[in-house]
Each structure stands twice: as C-alpha cells, then as structure tokens.
Design a protein around this ligand. Structure first.
Ligand SMILES: NC(=O)c1ccc[n+]([C@@H]2O[C@H](COP(=O)([O-])OP(=O)(O)OC[C@H]3O[C@@H](n4cnc5c(N)ncnc54)[C@H](O)[C@@H]3O)[C@@H](O)[C@H]2O)c1
Length: 307
C-alpha cells in the first residue's frame, strides 16, 4: 500500500469542501484544495462545521482550527500540486473536463501519485482515457454531505490496479469513512442502482393511484426504511429464509415496474416546471419553511447517527 501524507483536493465546490472537512480531522495530513476561483472557500468550509458545533459534536475552537488546517490555492504552480501523494478531483460533472483535468495533472504530479475522481454517474474507465498511467486512477463516489454520510464507493475502472484500489480503500477507512469496493465500472455503481430501483417503484405506485407521494414516503420510513440502517437487504433475505424470498419474488416480481425509461409522472411534472424544492411544487407542495425544516431535519438525523 502506498503511504499517503499529502492530499490535493482538486475543485473546492460543494463536494470539495465536504471532503476537505473530512481530512481536516487528521493533523498528520497535509491537505490542499485547488480551484480556478475562490468563491469564499474558507467561509464555506467553516460553515460545514456549524451544525456539528450547534449539536455539541465539536467545539467552535476545534472547528476553526480544522478549517485553518486546510490550505486553499488558485495557483496552479503551487508545490502542493506537484508533491501530492493522492488527488481527489471534484470539478463539474463533465466528461471532457474531467479527462482534460487528469491529463493536465499527469504532466505535473508525481509519477506514482494516486488519482481519484469523485463522480456520481460517470465511468472512471472513460475518465481515465487520456492518462498515460491509467492504473493509477480510481472512482471515489462520496455522498453529499460528504462529512455526514459515511459511504464512499471506490470504483475500479477497467484499468485500475489492485494496489491503487486498496491504497484508496485503506486511506478512506483510516479517515473514518465506510469505503466499499465496487469491482466493476457499471452505471450507478452499487448504491445508486438500488436507490433508483426504489424510486422507480415509488413513482410507479403514485402513478398507478395505489397511494399518494406522502403515503409512499411514510410507508418506507415507518417500515423497512427504519430497518435498513441496521439490516441490509441481503442480510434481511437470509434472515427471513431464501425459500421465502424466492416465493415472494415468484409471485410479486411480474407486478413491479420494469420500465427502462423515466416514469411518465416524472416526465409530465418536469414538463410543467414542477421540480420539487426548486419551484415549491413537485410530488408534494413545498413552502420555504417546509423546505428549510426538511433540510434541518435531515442533517440533524445524520448527525445523530455519526459514530
Ligand atoms: N453535489 C452532490 O451531491 C455530489 C455527490 C457526489 C458526487 N458529486 C460529484 O462531485 C463533483 C463536484 O460536484 P460539486 O457538487 O462539488 O460541484 P460544484 O459546482 O459545487 O463545484 C465544482 C467546483 O469545481 C471548480 N472547477 C471547475 N473547473 C475547474 C478546473 N478546471 N480546475 C479546478 N477547479 C475547477 C469550480 O470552480 C467549482 O468550485 C461532480 O463531478 C459531481 O457529480 C456531487
């Protein structure tokens, strides 16, 4: 495994700040964030600690000292770029930009630096296309807010070496993340494949007039949603017995939505400009107060579940 002491976070937007927050917790790490522009990086990073301070999880002084520990630069000739052991790229979700970013980084970074790409949906194999040493790049799918959601999917491209994948898994685990290996570069990696299979069925239930959106959400939150944090779906299948799981699937699966296209309900709401929080109307109606409350409640819930 490679030794990682100097981390470069390339792109200091929403995810870049969240990831900087994570690594700021280790005083032995040298953490630098590079971005083409400074849009209030320090204040933004400090703000990520606010709710944790309010919840008594960290003191105001410790928050300030962690935010100060992270170096920020817009200077591409900064030595932190050439000396980095590991780079985590968080630029916009644009394939050409990501490919060009790594091609550029390869011209200045150390030959054995590890490259991580934080992408929600794009293929690490494609992102590595312009690299000379493609085995050094791996996908790292963080979830937002990166400092409150434990999971990082470490996604092997067709070229990623075992050494690269295991270095990154070990490094993220040491930083307190729940890092899991996705052995194949497939759309949606592991967790989003399951999340969107669930959303497809949830939308279908509303579309078919079986229940309204609020009821669907309540049913999830008061049943298997409650269990999921403790008991994964496959543990659950083993718990009930695979013969019973087989019987349930044999009877039920043909009745579930198996569409390969976005739901007609989603299509029509989108066409009407009903986009949810963004417009105040979506699958439900959202006042500004309700939106603010939903966001507060989510973060408070995530903070309660921190180790
Ligand atoms: N937002 C999420 O929930 C989420 C979750 C997981 C992964 N991601 C992925 O993380 C990546 C970043 O997303 P985000 O939400 O932080 O976006 P963002 O728009 O908040 O930040 C992107 C940052 O990249 C910088 N940037 C753009 N071009 C650059 C360049 N050439 N060099 C250096 N910096 C550059 C921008 O100035 C900006 O600060 C995307 O690929 C996204 O898909 C996002």
């Amino acid at each position: 495994m490679k030794r990682i002491e100097r981390v470069l976070i390339y792109g200091g937007g929403l995810m870049g700040k969240g990831i900087a927050h994570i690594f700021s917790g280790d005083p032995k790490l040298d953490v630098t964030v590079y971005d083409i522009a400074d849009n209030g990086f320090f204040e933004g990073l400090l703000a990520t600690f606010q709710e944790l301070v309010a919840a008594g999880r960290i003191s105001r002084e410790e928050a300030l000292s962690r935010a100060r520990r992270v170096r920020f630069t817009t200077d591409f000739s900064c030595p932190a770029i050439t000396k980095a052991d590991l780079v985590i790229e968080n630029v916009y979700e644009n394939m050409a930009l990501k490919q060009d970013t790594f091609a550029l980084l390869e011209t200045v970074c150390r030959e054995n630096a590890v490259f991580c790409t934080d992408t929600s949906v794009m293929s690490p194999t494609e992102i590595a296309a312009k690299l000379k040493y493609k085995e050094r790049l791996v996908g790292t799918h963080f979830w937002n807010p990166a400092y409150l959601i434990p999971l990082v999917e470490v996604v092997k491209s067709r070229f990623t070496s075992d050494e690269t994948a295991h270095t990154v898994l070990e490094f993220l685990t040491a930083a307190g993340k729940k890092a899991v290996l996705c052995k194949k570069d497939v759309p949606g990696f592991i967790a989003n494949r399951m999340q969107h299979a669930l959303w497809r069925e949830a939308l279908y239930i509303v579309e078919q007039g079986i229940a309204d959106a609020a009821t669907v959400d309540e049913a999830v939150k008061a049943s298997f949603g409650l269990r999921l944090g403790q008991l994964g779906p496959l543990e659950n299948a083993d718990m009930i017995g695979l013969d019973l799981a087989w019987n349930a699937h044999d009877y039920l699966l043909e009745h579930l939505c198996d569409s390969h296209r976005p739901s007609p309900l989603l299509e029509s709401l989108k066409a009407e400009g009903k986009l949810g929080f963004k417009t105040g109307e979506g699958l439900q109606s959202w006042t500004p107060e309700r939106i603010a409350q939903a966001k507060r409640d989510l973060n408070a819930y995530l903070i309660r579940h921190l180790p």
